[in-house]
Design a protein around this ligand. Sequence first.
Ligand code: F6R
Length: 604
Amino acid sequence: MCGIIGYIGKERCQDVLINGLKSLEYRGYDSAGIAYVTQGKLFITKEQGKINNLENLVKKTKSSLGIGHTRWATHGIPNKINSHPHKQGKITIVHNGIIENYDTLKKDLLQLGYEFTSETDTEVAAALLDKLYKETNNIEKAIVLFQKEIKGAYAIGLIVDDDYEHLYALKKASPLIIGLGDNENYIASDVPAIIQYTSKYVTLNDGEFAKISKNDIVYYRSDAKEIKKKVNIFDNDEASCGKNGYPHFMLKEIYEEPETFKNTVYPYIENGSTSLLEKMPDFSKYDKIIITGCGSAMHAGLVGKSLIEECANMPVLVEIASEFRYKKLFIDDKTLVIAISQSGETADTLAAVNIAKEKGADTLGIINRKDSSIARATKYVLYTKAGMEIAVATTKAYLAQVSILSLIALNIAMKNKQIMDSEIQEIFENMKKLPVQIDALLSNQNESIIKNIAHKLYNHDHIFFIGRNIDYALCMEGSLKLKEISYIHSDAYPAGELKHGTISLIEKDTPVIAVVTDEKIADKTISNIKEVKSRGASVTLLTNDLLDKDYDCTDYKIIVPNVHKLLEPIIAIIPLQLLAYYVAILRGCDIDQPKNLAKSVTVE
Ligand code: F6R
């Protein structure tokens, strides 16, 4: 949610800021701005819309210090005035996060004579910093006092008018990294903004801040005591941030799914059962699991619930993270709370982890980003190895989350002796074959079947997904993918629930996508398909080659290979991701950056 970038060093500041913002655009893209210093003066340029609009406005000049921001609006509409940077007195800042007590602070600052042009909490933060700087005449002291007064989340890049030799960075509960170059240094919300310039970086913990010059960085604790920080090196998978010839990141990321599966799963099975048992926490300590997450991560949790309950006989609840804190959940030290998050920064999921910890539960993160807030907050972490995911709609990271959950289900089943050795071997064999099967599913032939179905769907206003149990969980994800990138209204229903109301919406040619991959309930779902078919629906059936029969109730079919039930949801989601992609293409949508969304939701 919002991307920030800062630079100090050589005379290429504007280029670094604009390029950095372009690669952070997935974090928010309703307006953008930069502040840069040239010939001893600070200039601010901002514009509504995407970075290209801003780039066209920027007057090219040599500059070696600046900060930039791409916005996902929280306080105030997305317009030029509300976009960052914001300047008050001698302080200019860019900010990612939400200042919760900005209203009270604003009232006090208004009384002191500060005037505000925007509706943002960020301008209030800039004014508070300016006031504290005036009072202390020392920016480090001002930052210490500021951090005490401010409630909420922030990652801030800051320039002080009295000192154009330094750039400052501070953070709490919003991501921020500092990139280390040669006679130049950077700050950024995320890796893609700086990976082309440096592989060395430092992460700040909450409350810490940094004073950055072109050839030195001083790190401080929240009370301004100097500290040393460890320098990290970006992983190779973090280094690959381009489209590699694909028209969109989303398509590239779908095509990376075989590799994602291998990278995520194979380290756990390299020595068969031994590595799977050794590389995971001991789940036998717990008598129940609660999985939490938002959006697709929560849908992965629903699939995980089915797999763990079905194969390992352990009870699992799934709670949407934004609801977690408002529910009376029965959590104690025998509960494991699993938080799923690609970014590791989703505010609601982080809040749920903290509540779970307060209530005495152990916590486990299934996280894609190393060093992220949730990875640091949870007791155990199992990393998904999806690499950078840039498209706002998640595909490969979701697939990796489900893959880890199926490994957890297998691990618990093995420990609980719920599964025979021969079946374990069969699963390992299936896991070895799965990447090739996914590759085949992504072949031209299958792609053209899906493109053809997309043609039948793209000009409809409403599309329904139906399925039972684990297939319903897949429907929820397929439906979310479709609506978020194609803007077609779409809903997922448990197939048996249709006739309790929703079936009244089915009329001639209403598209219904039915998912049938679970043998146990296939017949029941087929009966529900017949119910919608006889009311005129146009039915697309997604099933596997074991369950594929000559049904007379379907118009189109997508067939995936039949694999072990622990792996079936991994392969079955891929056609639904592709379908959403091709429908959105036909509707001319902005695939990688759908409207109103952002990749990392760091506000509650
Ligand atoms: C949908 C999507 C979102 C995210 C959700 C959680 O395609 O990407 O629903 O899954 O915002 O994000 P993370 O996994 O970063 O916590």
